[in-house]
Design a protein around this ligand. Structure first.
Ligand code: HEC
Length: 205
């Protein structure tokens, strides 16, 4: 009887430890994934199965560092574009000046906080080459002032449609277009759609 009692107590303790550990895991996960952008209706239900495009779209909405304007845009492409830009392609590292908010520089061991005020507005200097403003511009809100066919051409060929340094030739420098040119049409379209959804911003100094 006594032995039976000890076994039951041990089982209860074991089960509550598991429950506690599970709770801690969940709390950590939710604290490192703040829902900054409003997810589209389709992504606000149960979390999608991992390793699917739906999961990348869902995550894309969780990690977007600025409020997104979704009217008239394809919501799946916006979420996917956010995932590519913010979890894979590192556009923020070069196209936001400075990339991180004061006190939020992960390279200084600070808790990461992206510079939302100047997000993707360019202005970072790489020697003589200055990254460009990628945010929506003008009455049409084209990212970097480029139509989608123009954007695709830039990403695939590296040709500088602004001809900013003709003395060096027609190609963008520093910008990793030799890598991005390998992306699928759909991925490039997703990046473009995401860039249409972010707020216009001016470069920081
Ligand atoms: C390693 C730094 C770096 C990264 C990463 C980077 N860029 Fe660039 N990008 C630049 C620089 C620098 C220029 C301007 C180059 C020049 O003047 O020759 C540029 C130019 C551009 C242009 C041309 C804009 C125009 O007005 O013609 C586009 C479009 C662009 N980048 C998009 C992106 C996107 C989208 C990403 C992420 C998928 C990205 N870049 C990531 C450095 C970078």
């Amino acid at each position: 009887m006594n032995k039976m009692f000890r076994i039951v107590v041990a089982l209860v303790l074991f089960a509550s430890t598991l429950a506690l550990l599970g709770g801690i895991g969940q709390a950590q996960e939710s604290s490192e994934q703040p829902a900054l952008a409003q997810p589209p209706v389709s992504a606000s239900a149960a979390a999608p199965a991992p390793d699917t495009e739906a999961a990348r779209i869902f995550r894309g909405y969780q990690i977007a560092p600025v409020p997104l304007h979704l009217r008239g845009l394809n919501r799946d492409l916006v979420g996917l574009g956010s995932y590519i830009v913010n979890a894979q392609a590192a556009c923020n590292d070069c196209h936001t000046n400075p990339s991180y908010a004061p006190g939020g520089d992960p390279y200084k061991g600070q808790p990461k906080k992206i510079n939302a005020e100047h997000y993707l507005a360019g202005g970072q200097a790489f020697g003589p080459f200055i990254s460009r403003n990628l945010t929506p511009e003008g009455s049409k809100g084209y990212p970097a002032g480029l139509t989608f066919p123009q954007f695709k051409q830039v990403m695939r060929t590296g040709i500088d449609l602004e001809h900013e340094h003709p003395q060096l030739g027609p190609l963008l420098q520093v910008m990793p277009w030799p890598v991005y040119q390998n992306m699928s049409d759909r991925d490039l379209q997703a990046i473009y759609e995401y860039l249409r959804s972010i707020p216009h911003a001016e470069p920081g100094t």
